[in-house]
Design a protein around this ligand. Structure first.
Ligand code: TEU
Length: 561
């Protein structure tokens, strides 16, 4: 049986609000994406993942959707969408949409009906509960459970009019849908078919492992002294999740055959669970986004900054490589619209921006799984120097700052954490050239452009054969031309080395060795048997093993010994 197409594919994620503005309103849009497709064709990517473009009050970066079957006017029209999709397909690429169905916007007509009255037919489309027994509505601690929202504060909001609370794991304006209700599931499946019938090639599914909650809604295990608990043990990987995903596959995806790609975003998912979600014999998903490797540079929370220990990163990624080697499939990413820029986080965005960006790309793209490139990663875009809290737009950061400062934290410390890990770092406008506002808009950008755009921009990178852009282009080409990259078995080397990331990929008599120095000092590597190997791709043009310069990486190829 032929391998699925997406096993040799590379996906490019676009965050439309920050990609390209065609009408000068300072906000990216669909005609803007259309105008920049040549950049993606030259890069060689196979799939575009479009973050949400649906009508939204934009409380949470578009992940709060008012209408699933339309385009927000700030991004354009359904005709603009169809034109974009047609051109993407004409260029031999595919396009997947963002499916955000753990929750809707509080402006969605389903929720408007649901909150209108306790007796409304759609009341049970969401999670409504009376105050905690013996407590008055609105009293501190009267929330039905002690769960915390991901955006700070309780995960329940009191609706004064009906005197009941509704659940929102994210912002107060993102009420959670009740997937226990089959009407909800059928309504979601109908919207999914609507886009697939329009020619869309699949979905990236937002926090899809949160759609099944423990219907008993028990309190979460609170940390000592903490009045509130995440409660994730009661809504991550819930009791009916596999049932729902199998139903979705049967009723939505199966009729469209092999054309589709489906990837589920799953905070907290384990390797063992991912084996079940991505085993093709179980008819659930093609792959999942796991979060282990993007949680290694933190303590109790993402804001509790910790330096990355490379050995921990290698241990985590090789466990995922081994766990999904024979069953299921990995997704591979450093960056997305929720993560800070990897070159600033795990690389060196000052003296070694270009080699560290290239070398982080080499390490990720030569792993077993489907790589995802986030807009700007292919040109080595960095975190942005946000001057004050006033410059942040992301609800997660703004809420965290308010809550932390209210709890007595030093505002400067909180600001430093936001600068390092805030999601707005990923959302500054795409840097196309050195013209005003980096060629993103002729208006005033909704979020300031990173001031380093004069140096860091796509035009300069595409004109420089030795740039991060062309390195990513060659990595993507290698995945298309060298089967060992897509299908080769993975073996981690030097697991205890805290500066060098080294591993092999083997397939049908071909062996690749990846050597990467993820530090700012030279690193010696002694691996016999590779001196006459072919240098397939290197950041410094040097083959063989021996000493790696700061942030140098090499991909070597030989016939299996
Ligand atoms: O993200 C879910 C999620 O895990 C993130 O919120 C994560 O916890 C956080 O960003 C890490 O700091 C998805 C979307 O990708 C995100 O943009 C949305 O805000 C969220 O769901 C709610 O839809």
């Amino acid at each position: 049986m032929a391998e699925p197409w997406w096993k040799t594919a590379v996906v490019y994620q676009i965050y439309p609000r920050s990609f390209a503005d065609s009408d000068g309103d300072g906000i990216g849009d669909l005609p803007g994406v259309l105008s920049r497709l040549e950049h993606l064709s030259e890069l060689g990517v196979d799939v575009i993942w479009l973050s949400p473009v649906y009508p939204s009050p934009w409380d949470d970066g578009g992940y709060d959707i008012r209408d699933y079957q339309d385009i927000d006017p700030i991004f354009g029209t359904l005709d603009d969408f169809d034109r974009l999709l047609a051109e993407v397909h004409r260029r031999g690429m595919k396009l997947i949409m963002d499916l955000v169905v753990n929750h809707t916007s509080d402006e969605h007509r389903w929720f408007a009906a649901s909150r209108s009255a306790r007796e409304d037919a759609k009341r049970d489309w969401y999670w409504w509960r009376p105050p905690r027994a013996g407590m008055a509505a609105g009293a501190p601690g009267a929330e039905p459970t002690n769960w915390q929202s991901f955006f700070s504060g309780p995960a329940w909001h009191l609706d004064e009019a009906t005197g009941e609370y509704y659940l929102h794991l994210f912002s107060r304006r993102q009420p959670d849908l009740n997937w226990e209700n089959p009407e909800v599931r059928q309504a979601v499946y109908a919207t999914m078919r609507w886009w697939l019938d329009r020619g869309v090639d699949g979905y990236r599914m937002d926090v899809i492992n949160m759609i099944s909650k423990d219907p008993a809604l028990p309190d979460g295990r609170a940390l000592p002294g903490a009045p509130i608990a995440q409660g994730a043990e009661h809504f991550i990987g819930g009791p009916r999740l596999h049932e729902y995903l199998q139903e979705m596959h049967r009723e939505v995806f199966a009729p469209y055959g092999e054309r589709l790609l489906t990837v589920g975003e799953m905070p907290g998912v384990t390797v063992e669970e991912a084996q079940l979600f991505t085993d093709p014999r179980r008819g659930e998903l093609d792959m999942v986004f796991q979060f282990e490797h993007v949680g290694l540079d933190q303590g109790a929370s993402k804001w509790d900054l910790r330096p990355l220990d490379l050995r921990e990163l290698k241990a985590s990624l090789s466990r995922w490589q081994a766990g999904l080697a024979d069953v299921g499939w990995n997704s591979l990413y450093w960056d997305n619209h929720d993560q800070p820029r990897v070159v600033s986080r795990f690389g060196d965005d000052t003296a070694y921006r270009v080699p560290s960006a290239k070398t982080l790309g080499t390490v990720l793209h030569l792993h077993h799984g489907t790589p995802y490139v986030y807009q700007g990663e292919e040109i080595g875009m960095t975190n942005s120097p946000f001057a004050s809290i006033g410059e942040f737009r992301d609800i997660e950061s703004v809420n965290h700052y308010a809550a932390a400062v209210a709890a007595g934290a030093d505002p400067d410390d909180v600001l430093a954490a936001l600068r390092a890990k805030g999601r707005d770092n990923a959302r500054t406008p795409m840097q196309w050239d050195a013209s005003p506002h980096a060629g993103f808009t002729t208006g005033t950008p909704w979020l300031p452009v990173n001031p380093n755009f004069v140096e860091v921009n796509a035009a300069a990178a595409r004109a420089d054969p030795d740039s991060v852009f062309h390195h990513y282009r060659r990595l993507i080409e290698l995945r298309h031309t060298e089967p060992a990259v897509a299908y080769g078995s993975f073996t981690m080397l030097l697991p205890d080395d805290d500066r060098v990331y080294a591993f092999t990929r083997s397939y049908l008599g071909v062996e690749l060795l990846v050597l990467a120095n993820l530090s700012g000092v030279p690193a010696a590597v002694d691996l016999p048997g590779w001196d006459r190997a072919e240098l397939v791709l290197g950041t410094h043009g040097t083959g063989g093993t021996g000493t790696l310069r700061p942030w140098e990486s090499r991909i070597l190829r030989r016939g299996a010994p």
